[in-house]
Each structure stands twice: as C-alpha cells, then as structure tokens.
Design a protein around this ligand. Structure first.
Ligand code: SF4
Length: 479
C-alpha cells in the first residue's frame, strides 16, 4: 500500500506530517509523490487562511473525480487545523445483520462514537473518508483497519502524540515539537477551538529527542509550538500572573530559558532556533538567550499583527505596539543584523485608514526582514466572525495588502544588502543542478551558491555573500 501526504500551513504541521510518516513506515505503507498512485491521501490542513481551506476542499473534489473516472478507491483522510474531532464518514458504518445494525445505530448516540459524523465536512457532496485529530494519533491504525477491513498495524506500538517520533524529511535540521495548542483566543484565530488548550512536553523528553537527532547527523534543531515562549507556564504560574507583563524584568528565569540552557550544552549541536513566540509572553531572559548562549541564532519570528493598539485590543492580542517596538530595538541594539520576521493582518474588521497607516509606519520604522501579510478572512467559531463585521470589499483589502507588500519588499532589499561582503557559515539542506545549493545563515537569510558536486546536504559551508539578485542573496563558496 502507498500513501500521499499534502501539508498546508506552518512548520508545526510539517512536523506532524513527519509523525504521520513514522506511523506509516511502522505499518509498512510506502510514500509516493503523486496522489494518483496512492491508496491513502492525507491532507494535513491549515485553517488560518480561508484560501487554504478552499484548496483542501478542491483537492477532495479532485480525488473523488479521479476515483470515479479511474474506478480507484483512494481513501481521503483530513487532519490538522480544519479538524475538531476524530470522525469516520457514515458510509463506513457497516453491519452484518439486523441486530448488529440496531447496535451500531445505538452507538451513534454516544458522544464518544467515532461515527458521530455531524462534521460539516461530511455534509458536502465530496466528503473525506475520515477526519482525524492528529493528537489522537494512537487510534489511526484502528480506523484504517476498520475502513480497509483488514489489520494494518498495531496501535500498541504508537505512543501518545507528543512522544511519537517523527520520520525526519531533513536530517540536517530537526523540527522538535515542544508545545502544542493555544490558550490565547485571539479573536480572529480558530486554533484554540479546533486544537484545544496548551500542553507541554517534559524537558527531559525534549533534550533526549534533540540528542538522538544530533546523533543522527542533525546540526540544527528548531523548537516548535504555537507559543514556545510560554513553555511550562503552569509550572511557574505565579510568575506568569504577576511580573509577566513587563518584558524587561531582568529577574525572571522562565522554564523556556531553562530548556534553552539545557539544549545549549548538547555536544555537536550547532544551531538552536524556535518558533513561534508571542510578544505578550516574551521576557528578557529569552531575548538575552540569543546573545548569551553559544548555539542560539540571531533570528526571531514575532507576530505583531497590527501597528495600532486599538486594533490589537479588538484582536484580543495582549501586547502593545510600544512593547513590541522596545523588544525589537533591544535586539537590534545588541546586533544590528538581528533578523525579525512578523505576521500582519490587513483589514481586520473596522480597521480605519488611520489605523492601517499606523501599521505602515511601524513597518517602515522596524524594518522587518520578512513578513507574512494576510488579508483578514472570517473563521467559523471565532469571536471576530460572530461579533465583528467583515465589512470590506476584496478590492480594498487587496489595496492595503499591496501597500504593505511594497514596503516589505523595500525592507527586505535594505536588510539583505547589509549582508553583502560578509563571510557566513551556511548549513546546506537543498541541492539541485538547476537551482544550485542553498540554505540559511545563522540569522536565517537564504543564500544560494553555485552547484558543486563535492558539497553535500548537511555540510556546513563558508561563503562570502557577493550580491543581491532581486530578492535572492548569492554567495561564493570559500571552503
Ligand atoms: S496566539 Fe493567537 S493567533 Fe496564535 S495560535 Fe493562539 S489564538 Fe491563534
């Protein structure tokens, strides 16, 4: 049997995909790069943007049509952020006799039944075979065995979601999930509703996983979670209640900083990265870790969302523009090349022209190295979709998006030019005769060098950055 997996969204979803791949490997199901050759298609979804949801629904439709035309029976499994509860399509509610039929239908009344298929995904003409919360990964072989009507694996082999190993796509750079889900309830965001409240892995397991990744040739680890800097919040809850809101309190030692300290001591590790960090949970000890530890890299992804405090309030973001500005300036004062990327939403409900201009000013002032700019789209279940009016035309959203995107391009150009002439170590994770060899500097700038047979993926290569070709930095191999 073969599976095909399509991943949407952030790095966390890519790490989940690696966990799913491990389940299939252990069940002797092979990977294919074309859904047309697959027996099972997994769509690991993101619901942050509506256009990604539309893409998922489009793929389900396409596979149904392919099945009909070619008389195939590709199973479609949807997981990730679009899924609130694990459910199996009612079409799989099979029974052998009348007695069993009654029993099975009775089962539907139980709130825990996996056949309680009232998910709106199943009411569509083209629906998936099952939807699955990736956190309930230890049930997956059971569901697949039921659908395929044969035993395809042993659930006992699979640990709980956070402990399940990933089948790493890229051994040089290991993604390690340390925390998942979210307590913040930003008014535009669906994550706390679909995925649930924050949970953390214990420190020992994370450090062990990092050590194993390094023994398997990883040189870089990236710690992943929706809010990595609130790692271990419950263990030091008093700290979170009182001093927490002042980011520049020098006396705080957070559980996340303690974790970074432990990881920093691991032998042969070269680089530690982490994402995403929330501005309202950011503390001085974590900002300082970038400069005080040997292996942390001078790059931070830090979501501003809007440059206006009133809009931030409507979004239920708990930071102010001034907090954010101070933290960025703190980092750039210590290292002017410190790279910062951010997320921005344009046209959050009722965003006035003045509020939008505030965002443009902050953009110009803070010179982000990169930004993900999204046009606001309503997400079902969220406060904003129930209480605020999405009262703007698509043209107007596009106009504001264009203005910010033009500013972003200028910033990228300006910040990238600062790298020209520098000698940097880049960790190679991509190599092709057509596009050359590429990966990132410590401050996360992507650099391309010419193809060279002698350079392998996982090598650390010294390059001199020679030019900026449109948005791409090009370097000369010095090693
Ligand atoms: S912090 Fe806000 S935007 Fe990020 S996952 Fe949590 S609720 Fe969503």
């Amino acid at each position: 049997m073969k599976y095909f997996i399509q991943t949407f969204g952030c790095q966390l979803n890519y790490a989940d995909t690696e966990k799913i791949s491990m389940i299939f490997l252990q069940s002797w199901i092979a990977k294919t790069n074309s859904y047309k050759e697959a027996d099972i298609v997994i769509l690991n979804t993101c619901s942050v943007r509506k256009k990604w949801e539309d893409k998922v629904l489009g793929m389900i439709r396409e596979i149904h049509k392919f099945n009909k035309l070619n008389k195939t029976k590709i199973i479609v499994w949807v997981t990730g952020c679009m899924v609130k509860k694990t459910w199996v399509n009612p079409a799989y509610l099979h029974w052998e006799n009348e007695k069993q039929k009654v029993k099975q239908i009775e089962l539907l009344k139980s709130p825990d039944s996996i056949f309680n298929s009232d998910d709106i995904l199943f009411t569509r003409k083209y629906s998936p075979d099952f939807v699955f919360r990736v956190e309930e990964i230890s049930y997956v072989t059971k569901i697949l065995s039921h659908i395929l009507n044969k035993n395809i694996g042993n659930d006992m082999k699979f640990n709980e979601y956070l402990e399940l190993e990933q089948l790493r796509e890229n051994p040089a750079s290991a993604n390690i999930i340390i925390q998942t889900w979210c307590d913040n309830f930003c008014t535009f965001c669906i994550v706390p509703y679909t995925r649930g409240r924050e949970v953390w892995r214990n420190t020992e397991d994370i450090v062990n996983e990092a050590k194993i990744a390094i023994l398997n040739w990883a040189k870089e680890i990236t710690l992943l979670g929706q809010n990595v800097n609130s790692y271990g919040k419950t263990t030091k809850s008093k700290l979170w209640d009182k001093e927490w809101l002042t980011w520049n309190n020098k006396n705080i030692q957070t559980p996340f900083r303690e974790l970074l300290n432990k990881l920093d001591k691991i032998e042969w590790l070269d680089r530690i990265r982490f994402t995403s960090s929330n501005p309202h949970d950011m503390t001085c000890d974590i900002l300082d870790a970038h400069f005080e530890l040997d292996h942390t890299c001078n790059y931070l992804h830090f979501a501003l969302q809007s440059g206006n405090d009133d809009v931030l309030k409507r979004m239920n973001r708990k930071h102010t523009v001034e907090d954010f500005r101070e933290m960025v300036n703190y980092l750039r004062k210590k290292d002017p090349l410190f790279a910062i990327s951010t997320d921005i939403i344009v046209w959050f409900p009722d965003e006035t022209e003045e509020e939008f201009e505030d965002t443009c000013h902050v953009f110009e002032e803070l010179e982000f190295d990169f930004a993900y700019i999204a046009r606001y789209s309503e997400r079902f279940w969220t406060y904003a979709s129930n209480h605020l009016k999405n009262n703007v035309s698509d043209q107007e959203k596009a106009r504001r998006w264009d203005i910010l995107n033009t500013l972003l391009k200028k910033n990228i150009e300006k910040r990238s030019k600062l790298m020209i002439g520098r000698e940097e170590d880049i960790l190679i994770t991509a190599k092709s005769k057509k596009h050359g060899i590429a990966w990132r500097t410590r401050n996360f700038k992507e650099v391309f060098v010419d193809y060279d047979e002698k350079i392998n993926i996982w090598d650390m290569v010294k390059v001199k950055i020679a030019e900026l070709d449109r948005w791409v930095l090009k370097g000369k191999n010095l090693s």
